[in-house]
Design a protein around this ligand. Sequence first.
Ligand code: ADP
Ligand code: MG
Length: 477
Amino acid sequence: MTNSEQERWSRVKGRLRSTVGEDVYTSWFARMDLESVQDESVHLSVPTRFLKSWIQAHYAERVLTCWQAEMPEVHRIDLSVRSAMRAAMPVVKDAPAPVEMRRAERSDNRPALELRPATVPPAAASHDALGGSPLDPRLTFAGFVVGRSNTLAHAAARQVAEGRRGDPVMFNPLYIHAGVGLGKTHLLQAVTWAGNANPERKVLYLTAEKFMYGFVAALKSQTALAFKEALRGIDVLVIDDLQFLQGKSTQAEFCHTLNALIDAGRQVVIAADRPPSDLESLDDRVRSRLAGGLVVEMGALGEDLRLGILKSRVAAARAHHASFDVPEPVLDYLARAITHNGRDLEGAINRLLAHSKLNNQPVTLDMAEREVRDLIRPQEPKRIKIEDIQRVVARQYNVSRSDLLSSRRTANVVRPRQVAMYLAKTLTLRSLPEIGRRFGGRDHTTVLHAVRKIEALVGKDTALSEEVESLKRQLQE
Ligand code: ADP
Ligand code: MG
């Protein structure tokens, strides 16, 4: 892949991000990679079958349009699923293979050099036999750096991993949520590795996709009794990326599994990119069951944490490439410049490793600045939550949050409530029915009415328009 293709791809992603909005982008496109561009067709890849079919069904046209805006000659987008093999690419040994070949393998965040051990530890094999999703041997507690934003999640995860069969379960389910690349999968797989190190315990790690296409199908082919029997063998069920769980019957199976496990005193651990209350496609019963355990958010990675992650990545790389070194000022620069997520930090180190190995040069600040340019993004706009809107509006108008959710119709409550619903519609991606639900179970037509009303007033009423602007500023701070 040439640099200009990479840059073009960055711009296409930028367009996509701004047309579909941040939430949709991170849910569906954050892990899409450019494979190649040939004449009029572009080849993209995603890590799972599910993402592929979803993007094809809902966003094919949009993706094409974004490409055409950069390259009018493009007429076709091929989307494929990156094979699991790719993740297990052989470790590049110090003896260099032809440079061209390795360059060709490289795509955005997928560096040519992989840092993982060549052999998979035995625990992975027994995990596969249970029907679990593949585990990455690097994602253990030993490699997890603890900082302010993840202390609680880490402590809870450790507690779960160290539990023994028959111990009382402290929080069930443990539900961890965070944006893309902030360490959810790392933490969940660490729990799985550590749990399975104890031969008396069985920890099963499943992505939501695997749960839908593998686990549920297997369960359906069995009798209710066999189902109970199968669950009995699992001490801890770990489900990653729950936001991808879709479909009524899958949800019913999920709910059934969740209840059966929790009632039997087995631990359930879940990760998703949003809190339970924002999983719109789940039904209320599942949502409240999820919220009934311990819900922990992992925040953005602070600078110290980013520096720690970079150092741990460099140390891991040095195990295979002893001559590789990244001077302190370069680490400081990267920790300051790449603020977005752990995946980009990992990508940055992989690039420096690739570059210094292939060109046989030491890592310098200049080189780092050049190599990671496209990983440096402007500060992400903050993701605004409906609760924040309700809190800020209530404060500004001196009413309580429960007034906003109540059915009271006095003027001092009606207007703030309408403003809050209007802000929820304009500042989040939530649908009208969802907003209605979050405002004390109102109908979507009520929300629509509020939105229209405030939209119209903002055009005429300067005082109101200033209030709305001030609320927006407070929310975006
Ligand atoms: P998520 O599942 O939340 O999208 P991942 O767990 O895949 O994120 O993390 C993305 C990358 O960042 C991985 O390479 C992971 O190892 C790394 N990472 C994130 N947080 C940490 C941490 N606290 N310590 C070490 N590595 C981390
Ligand atoms: Mg993940």
